[in-house]
Design a protein around this ligand. Structure first.
Ligand code: SF4
Ligand code: SF4
Length: 421
């Protein structure tokens, strides 16, 4: 076992292999506040990669309704429970939020899934995990749109109407793909060494020639994003649409292009990037990379269950109407700050949020040009001023991909027919 740095935990941790980092890492930000569960992302992935026999249960991209939903069923409740058993003294964070990119969320003091395994399964597993049952893989949409009410008062709606920041009756949509983790549990658990992380972009792949279907990756992945295919007896997982990232999709025109699930997102919640890394795995300062800005400057986007220890590369802007305790468990101690900043965005954050889904190409850098003041007023007791700034997105070679403004342009269609809308 090696000791490796994990900035999301603010400390070193144990991992079966020495740390090795790609130059750039596949990463993404999902803004939960915008997701409408249209499942366009889910179907875009399904129709691209998992439409064949034996892949019926494979939803590499899925959107589940929290808190009850999950695919496979109860995946996070089950692994959280195991983690709790492995941490009888409690699973907690200490320290403070800070600007130090080595410990932005303080320090996680509990054991991760890599540090707890000997206590629970000393004979076989290298990583704390479990194998979902067939029934748990059966229902990708279970509990869709089912809200939870106040404890003991299910489905009682707030009498005076819903109020932010926390609703009494709530649910939210959690869109998920493989996190292409910095310390993949799937990779750590594979006895065949069939799983590898690409040095150029950190995408985690299963070598289909090497895999023998032992399902150790399925057992180990805490996010349950590695899946077993019964008719080929080989495991498969999200491939991050790597031909598109490489600019090799026929529609990419040679430019690094976002994955199918990102490009299809109707709610404009998704943005994907390739972030630069330092030699210790922390994010290299890249102030005008939109992902760097959202995670390390504005600090509105947080990793999903950082306490698992895999250092996932999926980041989420948490939903502002959901009880904070639930969100802190899911996204760590940065939740309150993230929501406060998202609810009261400064000028730059408002502009950067316009970059989501204006283009299918990967944005490497943005630039902001200040525009005129267009609104001044009060919102929830705070003064709000809006400016119609322009934000410009640049691609890999510095070429301009697009420019957009804070105020969405209005296009009026000519009334060609009597019923034109
Ligand atoms: S999310 Fe799971 S399958 Fe994906 S890299 Fe991490 S551990 Fe592996
Ligand atoms: S396409 Fe976008 S808005 Fe629709 S379900 Fe997926 S993440 Fe949510």
């Amino acid at each position: 076992m090696a000791r490796v740095p994990n900035w999301q935990l603010g400390r070193e941790m144990t991992y079966p292999y020495e740390a090795a980092f790609p130059e750039r890492q596949f990463a993404f930000v999902f803004n939960i506040n915008r997701c409408i569960a249209c499942q366009s992302c889910t179907m875009a992935c399904k129709s691209t990669w998992t439409f064949s026999k034996g892949q019926e249960h494979m939803w590499w991209a899925n959107v589940e309704t929290k808190p009850y939903g999950g695919y496979p069923m109860f995946w996070d409740m089950k692994i959280l429970e195991l983690l709790e058993q492995a941490n009888p003294e409690g699973v907690g964070w200490s320290g403070k939020l800070s600007d130090d990119r080595k410990e932005p969320y303080g320090r996680f003091d509990g054991r991760t899934i890599f540090e707890a395994e000997r206590m629970l399964t000393p004979d076989s597993a290298r990583v704390l995990g479990y194998l979902p049952t067939d029934e748990e893989w059966n229902s990708p949409n279970i509990y869709e749109d089912n809200p939870v009410g106040e404890r003991g008062k299910f489905f009682e709606w707030h009498k005076t109407g819903e109020q932010l920041p926390v609703h009494k009756t709530w649910f939210f949509y959690l869109a998920r793909i493989c996190n292409h983790c910095t310390y993949p549990a799937c990779l750590a658990a594979c006895p065949r060494k069939a799983i590898y992380k690409r040095p150029e972009d950190g995408i985690v792949l299963i070598d289909q020639e090497e895999c023998r279907g032992y399902r150790k990756c399925v057992e180990a992945c805490p996010y349950k994003k590695s899946m077993y295919r019964g008719n080929t007896r080989i495991s498969e997982k999200c491939v991050a649409c790597y031909p598109r990232i490489e600019g090799r999709d026929p529609e990419s025109q040679g430019k690094p292009t976002e994955t199918r699930c990102m490009a299809a997102c109707i709610g404009q919640i998704r943005m994907q990037g390739l972030v630069k890394l330092n030699r210790d795995g922390t994010w290299a300062e890249d102030r005008y990379d939109p992902l760097y800005y959202l995670v390390h400057v504005a600090k509105v986007a947080l990793p999903l269950y950082p306490q698992f220890g895999t250092a996932p590369n999926g980041y989420y802007i948490p939903p502002r109407w959901v009880p904070r305790d639930y969100l802190r468990q899911m996204f760590g101690p940065g939740v309150d700050q993230a929501i406060e900043r998202y609810e009261n965005p400064d000028r730059e954050l408002v502009a950067v949020l316009q970059l989501f889904r204006r283009s299918k190409y990967i944005i490497y850098r943005y630039e902001m040009k200040e525009g005129p003041k267009v609104y001044e007023g009060t919102l929830r007791g705070r003064r709000v001023t809006l400016y119609n700034d322009t934000v410009i997105a640049y691609g890999k070679n510095g070429e301009e991909l697009f420019r957009t403004t804070v105020e969405e342009p209005i296009h009026v269609r000519p009334a060609v027919h009597a019923n034109s809308i």
